[in-house]
Write a protein that binds this ligand. Structure first.
Ligand SMILES: [Zn+2]
Length: 434
């Protein structure tokens, strides 16, 4: 089963916008209520019999069951009978909110995320229609007939209970795919819909073949490849930081709850969104360019969250190294049928790519010079080549033949299946982007 997500901008009219904003607020309340219920239950079980808790806890009977997904869902349909506000929202949308609470607790237990938090006003930004028909997108005949229509008005999407909303179909949904779910997202710049489309095919994993490339990411250069290409670090945040600081300073003088404050917040939100969009676009273009001339791409298996806590944290986050390496590059590689592998990051900069000797150097030494074989090259390119060599030996290809750039037809994978499979299982499934 292949699932892709396509995001389009939608243009609701004022009535629809009010309705959807109302829904978001109702969803937020349901989310907070469900979270409170679970939190109270957990807190009531924390205090041991012989020691009193310093905080006062709710006393919930010992035999009261844990409010899990099914109980809360049932309670929701009960609550709807007495609460007209909940009735206004599409029923599946509200049920999905309970699912969101449930998955927040699941990822806390399984993936080590933090304890789920309450959502403040305006922090609930999206809701999901878990089921939509395949024919929800139609042509807007009146607009096309009268004016020919702009891209923003040529198509309509019919959302349950909301009605027809103008949608900018800037790219068609690929043929053979069926619409599954629609998530409505409110951003600073407007409203968007993320359509999940599905096709019943199985896509084989890409096999390691072709030209191998090792990619070393860092802060001096955003990335350095084993082929000698170096890309400067973009500074999206730095460029707009002054502007952002100025706006945020102004926020202080605005009265809380005033419409001027709201407008300014809107402006700040847009600026943040603009920074994120620029960064994302840069990442995608770069990833595609790398895939243009490589059959295999290897990267270091680094934990960028630790890097972001260091002295250069702001710059690490601004460059978005983690997003690039873990999400976008792996996804683009998958889409372009390029093999993507992660290698052990230990000591990649301390090794000579040509003879394998250990060449100790600290961070200030930017040029790799090997006393054993005399090779001299920029430090990051050298570690890119080490990453490539490690990746190649991990998938069972012979390093020397690739490194010399000889014809690759002879360098078929060794029968080193066990090793290869263990590497493949290490790869995470890429998060899907359109
Ligand atoms: Zn050497």
């Amino acid at each position: 089963m292949l699932t892709l997500t396509y995001r389009y901008r939608i243009y609701p009219d004022l009535q629809q916008e009010l309705q959807m904003t109302d829904w978001l607020e109702s969803c937020r309340r349901v989310y907070n209520y469900a979270l409170r219920e679970r939190k109270d239950w957990i807190a009531s079980r924390k205090c041991s019999v012989n020691a009193c808790s310093l905080q006062s806890e709710y006393i919930i009977p010992a035999d009261a069951p844990y409010p899990d997904y099914y109980r809360q869902k049932k309670a929701l349909s009960e609550a709807k009978k007495t609460n007209p506000g909940l009735k206004a929202v599409h029923s599946q949308v509200l049920q999905d909110v309970i699912g969101r609470v449930d998955s927040a607790f699941a990822s806390m237990k399984q993936r080590g995320h933090g304890f789920p938090r309450f959502k403040k006003f305006g922090q609930f930004r999206s809701f999901l229609f878990p089921q939509i028909d395949s024919d929800v997108i139609t042509e807007n005949q009146t607009a096309v007939a009268t004016t020919g229509g702009t891209p923003a008005t040529r198509c309509l999407i019919k959302l349950p209970k909301v009605g027809k909303v103008a949608i900018n179909m800037h790219r068609p949904i690929p043929s053979g795919f069926k619409l599954k779910t629609a998530r409505i997202v409110r951003k600073a710049s407007g409203w968007y819909v993320s359509l999940a489309v599905q096709m019943d095919v199985s896509v084989p994993d890409s096999i390691p073949q072709g030209h191998a490339m090792g990619v070393d990411v860092g802060l001096e250069y955003f990335l350095s490849t084993s082929d000698g290409e170096q890309v400067k670090r973009p500074r999206f945040f730095n460029q707009l930081q002054r502007k952002l600081e100025l706006l945020q300073r102004r926020l202080k003088s605005k009265q809380k709850g005033s419409s001027n404050r709201r407008k300014l917040n809107q402006k700040i939100g847009r600026l943040h969104e603009q920074i994120a969009n620029c960064r994302r676009d840069f990442h995608f273009q770069l990833a595609h360019r790398l895939c243009d001339n490589a059959g295999m791409i290897f990267v270091e298996d680094l934990d960028f969250r630790i890097m972001a806590k260091g002295m250069l944290g702001k710059h690490t986050l601004d460059a978005g190294l983690g997003q690039f390496v873990n999400q976008i590059l792996s996804w683009v590689c998958w889409k372009r049928d390029v093999y993507y592998g992660k290698v052990d990051p230990n000591g990649t900069s301390q090794e000579c790519p040509d003879c394998g000797a250990v060449v100790k150097k600290d961070l200030s030494v930017r040029v790799h010079h090997c006393p054993e074989c005399g090779s001299t090259k920029p430090r990051d390119i050298a570690s890119g080549q080490v990453i490539r060599n490690r990746g190649l030996s991990a998938v069972g290809l012979i390093v020397e033949e690739i490194a010399c750039g000889r014809d690759l037809s002879g360098a078929l994978p060794r029968q080193d299946r066990v090793k290869q499979e263990s590497l493949r299982s290490d790869l995470e499934k890429p998060a899907l982007y359109a």
